[in-house]
Design a protein around this ligand. Structure first.
Ligand code: UDP
Ligand code: MG
Length: 310
């Protein structure tokens, strides 16, 4: 059985063609399939449309979350409900064509892979949306040591085992592509077409992208803390040498020169104060995360599951 998981947040403009195209692509496979549609607290008509569709088609399962938890949490909620052996994730906005799903599955089965990712051939997004992704991709490669080229593309196929391992992770703020590669034995990537969003708009602004980036970095490494530490050591060494330098000049040129150096000191001070705030921010981020883990609040709450009565 094939399970497709789609996170949906205010996608009323896309739902109809999404379901038509998904159903067509999956029907072609001649295998049992299910489509798990996770409504991530949409405030438009998405949920109504999904419910109506689920009442007509027994392939559909609608997972209704109590509020908006974010794309990755929504996918996890979907994972918790899937029954298939092969699981596919795809965005609702049709930027990744559902027609690529059969290729994804074929690749997985022919090569006996447990994870097949996709690379967006020519990405159709605004430059402002692409730049942060470039940074995310470069950092993700560095941090995880996995040579995956496109981490943001959510069109992926997973074997059941990989999803089970992911579900067993009781951590928050996980970055699904990174977690999946972490648990996969052999993964590969294929190129897929990419299109501009069919309707509606991207749910990721600059701040949610920064948040996502931190999810990735913080859950996979202590890199920011280490940079901070080395940076701190370097800075204090610089500070000490600079102090020595000033003292020597003060002795050589007398009091007058030193008074004129006051502003230099201010400048130095500002740099340090700035760095300290930056450091506190990073430490605060980790403490916040620890606090969240300790609280053990569930990452998502399913309000209801809607399926067509058999
Ligand atoms: N999404 C979601 N919850 C959110 C934000 C997004 O379920 O809080 C879904 C959204 O409906 C879409 C997918 O995640 O199906 C990807 O979102 P989007 O297309 O806005 O991201 P982008 O393509 O800009 O990376
Ligand atoms: Mg999109």
């Amino acid at each position: 059985m094939i399970s497709v998981v789609v996170p949906i947040y205010n996608e009323q403009a896309n739902i109809e063609s999404l379901l038509v195209r998904l159903t067509a692509a999956l029907g072609q496979l001649q295998r049992p399939y299910e489509i798990v549609l996770v409504d991530d607290g949409s405030r438009d008509n998405s949920l109504l449309m999904l419910k109506a569709a689920a009442h007509l088609d027994s392939h559909l399962t609608v997972v209704e979350l109590t509020r908006n938890y974010g794309q990755h949490a929504a996918i996890f909620a979907g994972f918790s409900q899937v029954r298939g052996e092969i699981i596919i994730t795809i965005d609702a906005d049709l930027q990744n064509p559902p027609e690529e799903i059969p290729r994804l599955i074929a690749c997985m089965e022919v090569g006996d892979y447990d994870l097949v990712g996709t690379v967006r051939k020519e990405r159709k997004d605004s430059p402002l949306r692409k730049l942060p992704s470039k940074i995310v991709n470069a950092m993700a490669r560095k941090i995880t040591g996995v040579r995956m080229s496109d981490w943001g593309c959510m069109l992926r196929a997973y074997r059941r085992v990989v999803v089970d391992h992911m579900l067993r992770c009781r951590e928050h703020g996980t970055f699904i592509p990174a977690l999946a590669t972490y648990f996969s034995k052999n993964f590969t990537e294929i190129e897929v077409e990419h299109f501009a969003r069919q309707g509606g708009e991207s749910k990721y602004g600059l701040f949610s992208l920064i948040r996502l980036q931190f999810d990735l970095v913080a859950s996979f490494s202590e890199l920011p803390m280490r940079i901070l530490m080395y940076g701190g050591i370097f800075m204090s060494l610089m500070g000490i040498s600079f102090g020595v330098f000033l003292a020597v000049l003060r002795l050589a040129y007398g009091v007058k020169w030193a008074a004129q150096g006051v502003f230099t000191m201010f400048a130095v001070l500002f740099v340090f104060v700035g760095l300290q705030f930056f450091a506190m921010g990073i430490i605060g981020e980790y403490i916040g995360r620890i606090y969240r883990e300790v609280r053990k609040r569930p990452e998502y709450v399913i309000h209801r599951i809607i399926r067509k009565a058999e």
